[in-house]
Design a protein around this ligand. Structure first.
Ligand code: SD4
Length: 345
């Protein structure tokens, strides 16, 4: 009955795609209208980022161009202390950026531990398009970026330097859950007083996924990583299959939270593979998190990790370990709205 109802709905709408999905070892004919264009991204700053991506998508632009343009917005914003310019530094005072991008053909590019360049995502795209490699790191990534004409600049803003110097007084390392919501401009002043003195600020990353009018998927993920991390530490965000994974036949997923937890379960690759098996995107995100919860329940309880996913039809899903994970959705029917995901705890 469900299949018939879905089919009728799709036929009435006049716009639908057909796919064969293996579900519990059976093949099910699934007919569903594809939602497009579409863009989704992590956290409250996803609203501004989505708007930039949507400008490209609504003009028939490519999803890859949309996700790059979208995440460049928080990268350039010095008031967002978790991405690009103004990102909180590592414990030695260096702002080091991680980013990756993936297109509808399965091409991928990434940079890790990149210093002095605001738009890490655009360097990642150049790695994808101009080199035979997937990832460049550290000094090599910087030299490549400079060779491609990216300007070199100081990313440590006075307010991030101040926060780092404050942190140095105790050097207490304790990830704070959902820090970006507390660091938004409206809450900025109260942030420092509301925290345990010396607590480190860790979140958050922007991960963005888009479907263009041609029905193709791409994704981008960019961050300054965990604040006050060890110098040289690289998180999940630039790792294909952890911070981001796109399979144009199935769907895409991105992640935010404590990268070490995500890398242990190859999170976004796991989410996409679960969707391939027929799981709804929300269920795929939850099942991936449950792998961590099952193996390391105490650790999982103490940190934040969240996944955001979309399948090829434009069905969206998200799940987090802890409450408070927000994401922004922009579709023809939903004009850029902030949602909050379900959580395990
Ligand atoms: C990292 N996953 O470097 C990033 C940080 C993050 O929300 O996403 N915060 O581990």
């Amino acid at each position: 009955m469900t299949h018939r109802r879905e089919f009728l709905k799709a036929t009435t709408a006049g716009l639908f795609g057909i796919s064969l999905l293996p579900v519990r070892n059976k093949l099910r004919l699934k007919v569903q209208r594809q939602v497009k264009p579409l863009v989704i991204s992590t956290w409250d700053f996803g609203i501004q980022a989505n708007a930039a991506a949507w400008a490209i998508l609504q003009n028939g632009g490519r999803a890859l161009d949309a996700v790059e343009a979208g995440v460049r917005v928080p990268e350039a914003d010095p008031n967002i202390q978790t991405i690009g310019l103004g990102g909180l530094p590592d414990r030695d005072g260096h702002v080091t950026l991680d980013a990756c991008i993936m297109d509808e053909h399965g091409n991928a590019g990434a940079v890790a531990c990149l210093e002095h360049i605001v738009h890490a995502i655009s360097v990642a795209r150049k790695v994808m398009e101009k080199t035979p490699h997937v990832m460049l790191v550290g000094e090599g990534a910087l030299q490549f970026a400079l060779s491609q004409g990216f300007p070199k600049q100081n990313l440590l803003t006075p307010s991030s330097e101040k926060a780092w110097k404050e942190w140095l007084k105790t050097a207490h390392y304790h990830p704070v859950i959902n820090i970006e919501n507390q660091l938004s401009p409206a809450h900025h002043d109260s942030t420092y007083s509301s925290h345990h003195p010396g607590d480190s600020f860790n979140h958050d990353t922007i991960g963005m996924l888009a479907i263009d009018q041609q029905g193709n998927l791409s994704g981008a993920c960019t961050t300054s990583g965990l604040a006050f991390k060890m110098h040289g530490r690289v998180g999940d965000s630039p790792i294909i299959g952890a911070g981001l994974f796109v399979d144009n036949e199935v769907g895409a997923a991105t992640a935010t939270g404590v990268g070490e937890a995500n890398m242990r379960i190859c999170g976004t690759h796991t989410v996409v593979e679960l969707m391939r098996q027929g799981h709804h995107p929300e269920e795929a995100c939850r099942l991936a998190l449950e792998r961590l919860v099952k193996k390391q329940p105490d650790y999982a309880r103490s940190i934040q990790l969240a996944f955001l996913a979309v399948d090829k039809n434009g069905t969206i899903g998200a799940y987090a370990l802890q409450k408070g994970f927000t994401y922004a959705v922009y579709t023809p029917d939903i004009p850029n709205r902030l949602m909050e995901s379900k959580s395990i705890y």
